[in-house]
Design a protein around this ligand. Sequence first.
Ligand SMILES: Nc1nc2c(ncn2[C@@H]2O[C@H](COP(=O)(O)OP(=O)(O)O)[C@@H](O)[C@H]2O)c(=O)[nH]1
Ligand SMILES: [Mg+2]
Length: 200
Amino acid sequence: MRRFVVVGRPNVGKTLFVLNFAGFLGLRQLEVIFREPDERLYLRRYQLGEALAELVDPEPHSTRCLQSVLVDLPAGKGKTQVELLDTAGLNNGIHPIPAIRRAIAQTLGVLREVDGILHVLDAAAIGRGEEEPGELDREVARFGRLRPAYAILANKMDLPEAGKGLAQLRREFPGQYIIPVSALRQEGFREVRRYVAEQR
Ligand SMILES: Nc1nc2c(ncn2[C@@H]2O[C@H](COP(=O)(O)OP(=O)(O)O)[C@@H](O)[C@H]2O)c(=O)[nH]1
Ligand SMILES: [Mg+2]
């Protein structure tokens, strides 16, 4: 089974992307495996709507451990199973809250183990000038290019100014494969599905 990790700064829409992408692929019931930074595992079953209500949060850092969801993708005539790993947001510098520090360290560790990286950025915030694709995102991009699969998801394309943010991302990461998406509206998901399914 291949593993794809979803990374990016807090609040860019990683969790909403993972859950809605699972829904887009036809899952209505989700089994989410939580892996705590101390490696404890537990599993919870959700209806998709319940998972969205509980796991997506307007406050940054609601995701404090690795949350994985197994999805089936089309592969030739059959299907292939892929593990999507949702992660705690990455921050510049050292976060004051120990639980968040541990979660970030866990995210960095898992980047080395996975087959693919989906790097989510908030194109709308970038377009509004509230955020720049900063040093941390450039570092993820440098690291990502060394991995077997690496794509940038320019998220929140449903919001005004996101087009401007997308153009900025294309300038910032020339030659890099960038998929514009809206995790909220499930836009761009066919392209993401094709990309993830192609990597093997
Ligand atoms: N308009 C819009 N809002 C989004 C989109 N993706 C995420 N959000 C919102 O951004 C906030 C953070 O989302 P979340 O998935 O928890 O971000 P995470 O910290 O990266 O996991 C929530 O309020 C989401 O509803 C999107 O594509 N469009
Ligand atoms: Mg999250």
